[in-house]
Design a protein around this ligand. Structure first.
Ligand code: UDX
Length: 457
């Protein structure tokens, strides 16, 4: 098939390269000329395991192309995916302006009928509105064809995006016509050889499924974080509770990890968008509001725990391991580490931070004076460099090499043996035996901090 993918962000670039990998002819279109130029030279703008090689290989084999010009890309196209961003607006609503700009362009330039598929996460009813927007332009041109828009939400996770796209748990297709259903069934068949779960439903249901899935996962995390908060006051270790409840097959082990809060480009944005949708319909969203509030408290917790143990943070040096919102990615959007960084610098602390891939993104995001004045020093090659003379180590992202570090070396480098374990990756007893003050999330009486925060909220 000839496929056009509009938008070269996470979803667009991964989808395009995986379709090309299956033998299709794929053209990626993006208005960002710099990004397109980089992609043509084989520079991948995001860190995603396996993506570099896949993009370069398919580009070299002429199955994957990059352009800023939509009109010529649409010649003979069979399927056109919309995969542009839908960021949060100031009021929490999903900002769908980019989606509708693409819709208008498609209406202006499509030379013939094709299957248009929306992959961006969009509010319920958007596929219908996009179809109307395209239709209005087609009518003005007085062409003889119409276009139907399908919804095909994407569930890939950053850090394992290729694996998720190649072997998905399920594919959801929301369509209003049999032609789109057939084309998408054919396109996805090779991805479903192991797990043939392709769900065909209405477009509104497909759009809602994406929001409901992310809201459900965020709810599980916030629920566990609330249990962790309670555990700190009750002298309970949340890690044992996680195992105790995860073993119930109705609950399962996934997404039960208490921690310093969820971040990234999806959960925070999608929970807020769903709350906004409910408000627009005059409906309360008790659960989703609570999920968001819990996450706000959770992200503030690392700073509070540090303060409890160190008193004032003015003039203190803090080592921070992990800046990305989760391991396997350089994405720092809504990362708990960034919130901690800001609080620490406002409090007059000096931060020495290590992340294997996210330092460049942080350097381009934070005020330059933080780095110029040495309030923030970034390390990308050696986590131990960040530790020297620090009064505490905070782990905000569970990168694999942090799991079993050289504790003897850490003890000699840190000025105070205090470890704030924001992802519960260390065993409290072993840490005590090694001479460290270990403060996790919900790990009994030693891990205080959240109770005071929660009472104040
Ligand atoms: C998520 C969804 O999983 C994916 O299906 C959707 O398409 C996009 O949003 P992603 O944002 O890549 O994917 O990250 P994910 O692995 O889901 O983690 C989100 C956040 O939750 C991270 O900050 C992670 O640290 C946190 N998390 C996850 C927890 O705090 N506890 C857990 O048990 C699991």
């Amino acid at each position: 098939m000839r496929i056009v993918v509009i938008g070269t962000g996470y979803v667009g670039l991964v989808s395009a390269s995986c379709f090309a990998e299956m033998g299709h002819h794929v053209i990626c279109v993006d208005t960002n000329a710099e990004r397109i130029a980089q992609l043509r030279q084989g520079h991948i703008p995001i860190h995603e395991p396996g993506l570099d090689a896949m993009v370069r290989n398919n580009h070299q084999q002429s199955r994957l192309h990059f352009t800023t010009e939509l009109r010529p890309a649409l010649a003979n196209v069979d399927v056109c995916f919309i995969a542009v961003g839908t960021p949060s607006s100031a009021d929490g609503a999903a900002d769908t302006r980019q989606v509708f700009m693409v819709a208008e362009d498609l209406g202006r330039y499509l030379p013939a009928a094709c299957v248009v598929v929306n992959k961006s996460t969009v509010p319920v009813g958007t596929a219908e509105r996009v179809e109307r927007a395209i239709g209005e332009q087609l009518q003005q041109r007085q062409v003889s064809f119409t276009v139907s828009v399908a919804s095909n939400p994407e569930f890939l996770r950053e850090g394992c995006a290729i694996e998720d796209f190649m072997r998905p748990d399920r594919i959801i297709i929301g369509t209003a016509d049999t032609r789109s259903t057939q084309v998408l069934q054919t396109l996805y068949a090779p991805f479903l050889r192991k797990n043939p779960r392709l769900l065909v439903m209405g477009r509104r249901e497909a759009e809602m499924s994406k929001y409901a899935a992310n809201a459900m996962l965020a709810t599980r995390i916030s629920f566990m974080n609330e249990m962790a908060c309670l555990s700190e006051s009750l002298g309970v270790d949340i890690e044992s509770v996680r195992l105790g409840i995860g073993s119930d097959s109705r609950i399962g082990y996934d997404f039960l990890y208490a921690g310093c809060g969820y971040g990234g480009s999806c959960f925070p944005k999608d929970v807020r968008a769903l709350i906004h949708t409910a408000q627009r319909h005059g409906l309360p969203s008790h659960i989703l509001q609570a999920v968001e509030e819990r996450n706000t408290i959770q992200k503030a917790g690392l700073f509070v725990k540090l303060k409890q143990h160190l008193g004032t943070l003015e003039g203190r040096r803090i080592a921070l391991w992990g800046l990305a919102f989760k391991p396997g990615t350089d994405d720092i959007r809504e990362a708990p580490a960034l919130q901690l960084l800001e609080s620490l610098i406002q409090a007059g602390a000096q931060v020495h931070a290590y992340d294997p891939v996210a330092c460049d993104n942080v350097a381009h995001t934070v005020p330059t004076q933080w780095i110029d004045s040495a309030q923030l020093t970034l390390y990308a090659s050696d986590p131990y460099q960040a530790l020297e003379g620090a009064q505490a180590l905070v782990v905000a992202t569970e990168w694999k090499p942090f799991r079993q570090p050289d504790w003897k070396r850490i003890a000699t480098l840190l000025q105070t043996p205090l470890v704030i374990d924001g992802r519960n990756i260390y065993d409290p007893q072993t840490m005590r035996e090694n001479g460290f003050t270990h403060v996790g999330i919900g790990r009994g009486m030693q891990s205080t901090g959240y109770a005071a925060l929660s009472r104040a909220a």
